[in-house]
Design a protein around this ligand. Structure first.
Ligand code: GLU
Length: 339
């Protein structure tokens, strides 16, 4: 039997379910504890055991890689998770991956995977806003839907996806936008599709390069530079900027007000940063829209960058990857415009 006929004869996709913790692995004292509970206490096997219908969807094997709230994810975890997924995706007997993850930084991890995995096979990152112990927990259905998507041929070649609240989001666009509601995940241009009655439906595609078309490969990255984020506000002085410049960062993302406006009291410290070899990336704290190069500030003169439309925490991921290959400002700016 050829590999193609074997695949056609096989009824179910082979999925690896990787547990990393989060609310989807949480447990509250009572069913009414929808927002106050112990995070990252259920194993990935416990979570799957509570979803017996998943057996009908795929042949699932499990791995417990971490057991932490995602606010604790650092570059070490990103690299370890990415390398583990890459080695699984190389295997002919694995068709897709689902990662259970805390929702706090799920958008950062998913974006990192989206840009560094060299495979068209589906990778779906999923979390929950309510623990499985809570009334109307979103965990079981989110996980079910994530497995549906990872097992589907329709998800091939679409990069890393985040499935939540019946929606399928591209990792590039998705952000967490709410502290407790189940529809916390939004993409500024809308989700790619939905999962309806156990069937994925796609309506659009990611426009920017990812996975097999990106310039980064997880297997070639051994370390990531430290990139800091500064959040602007009214009445700001430059103390926090100066502190971050002395912390060993290679770049700072400045989440400026509005369309990348930088207060007069801050400009000198950011100009000095660049003179000290630290890249400055002007972004926006608004959560939407594009920061225009050379508009609110003379980026060419200061040798600064702009984020395009990325929020600061996702611009940080992109900048860390960009710095693995480039140091020239023009090329770094192209990375923001391309991805
Ligand atoms: N500490 C959790 C986290 O891992 C809380 C959020 C969640 O998973 O929903 O991000």
């Amino acid at each position: 039997m050829t590999r193609d006929t074997a695949a056609a004869a096989r009824q179910k996709a082979r999925i690896v379910l990787i547990g990393t913790g989060g609310t989807i692995a949480g447990r509250g004292a009572s069913p009414v504890n929808t927002s106050a509970y112990d995070c990252s206490v259920l194993s990935i096997d416990d979570i799957l055991a509570d979803l017996p219908v998943a057996d009908s969807l795929a042949d699932i094997t499990t791995e417990q890689l971490f057991q932490v709230g995602s606010e604790n994810f650092g570059n070490v975890q990103l690299l370890q998770l990415g390398k583990r997924i890459a080695s699984l995706l190389e295997r002919d007997d694995i068709d897709g991956i689902v990662v259970t993850h805390g929702t706090d930084t799920i958008d950062e991890t998913a974006y990192f995977l989206h840009l560094t995995l060299k495979s068209p096979k589906p990778v779906v990152v999923v979390g929950a806003m309510r623990p499985p112990s809570a009334l109307s927990s979103d965990g079981p259905l989110n996980l079910y839907n994530a497995i549906v998507v990872a097992a589907s041929r329709l998800a091939h070649g679409k990069g890393t996806l985040v499935v939540s609240n019946d929606e399928i989001h591209t990792a590039r666009d998705v952000v967490k936008t709410n502290t407790f509601k189940q529809d916390a995940f939004k993409s500024p241009y809308g989700p790619l599709g939905f999962v309806v009655e156990g069937k994925p439906v796609f309506y659009r595609l990611p426009a920017r390069p990812h996975t097999v078309d990106s310039e980064w490969s997880i297997n070639e990255i051994e370390a990531l530079s430290h990139v800091g984020v500064v959040y602007a506000h009214g009445g700001m002085n430059d103390a926090i900027v100066r502190a971050i410049l002395d912390s060993g960062v290679k770049a700072v993302i400045y989440a400026a007000t509005g369309n990348g406006n930088v207060a007069v009291s801050i400009v000198a410290s950011l100009v000095e940063a660049r003179k000290r070899g630290i890249h400055v990336v002007r972004g926006s704290r608004t959560g939407g829209g594009v920061v225009i190069r050379n508009a609110a500030q003379p980026d060419d003169l200061y040798d600064w960058l702009v984020t395009d439309d990325q929020p600061a925490h996702k611009a940080r991921i992109l900048m860390m990857l960009a710095l693995t290959r480039e140091h020239c400002t023009r090329k770094l700016q192209d990375v923001f415009w391309r991805y």
